[in-house]
Ligand binder design. Structure first.
Ligand code: MG
Length: 108
C-alpha cells in the first residue's frame, strides 16, 4: 500500500470513528505522534516483542500521515518521499551529525 492509499484509509477511519478532522487539529495529531513515539521507546526499553514495537511505530505513521492529510492536502506523500530520499542521498556522509566527527577530535 502506498502512502497516498494509507492516507485515504486513515481518513475513512477518522471519519468513521469521529476523530479530529480539521486543519486546526494538526497540532493535536502531531502531539499524538510524539506520544506514540514515546510508547515505542517504552516498548523498546521494556524489551517488548517486535510485534508490539512495530505496532507502536505504525501508530506514529498513522498520526503523521493523518496530520499530512490536513496540513498539506495538495502534496502527494509518495512523491515527497522520493524527493526527500533523493535529497538526502545527495547529502554528505553522516550529514547533520557533525558532533560525531567533532567528538572524535576531542579526547576528554
Ligand atoms: Mg500506541
Amino acid at each position: 500500500m502506498r502512502l497516498e492509499e494509507m492516507k485515504k484509509e486513515i481518513e475513512k477511519l477518522v471519519l468513521e470513528k469521529g476523530f479530529y478532522n480539521k486543519p486546526e487539529d494538526v497540532p493535536k495529531k502531531l502531539l499524538f505522534a510524539f506520544i506514540e513515539l514515546g510508547e515505542a521507546s517504552d516498548a523498546w526499553k521494556k524489551g517488548n516483542s517486535e510485534d508490539e514495537m512495530a505496532e507502536e511505530l505504525i501508530d506514529v505513521i498513522f498520526y503523521v500521515l493523518d496530520a499530512s492529510r490536513l496540513a498539506c492536502p495538495s502534496i502527494d506523500m509518495d512523491e515527497m518521499f522520493l524527493r526527500k530520499l533523493e535529497k538526502n542521498t545527495k547529502r554528505e556522509y553522516q550529514y547533520g551529525e557533525g558532533h560525531r566527527a567533532k567528538n572524535k577530535e576531542h579526547t576528554y
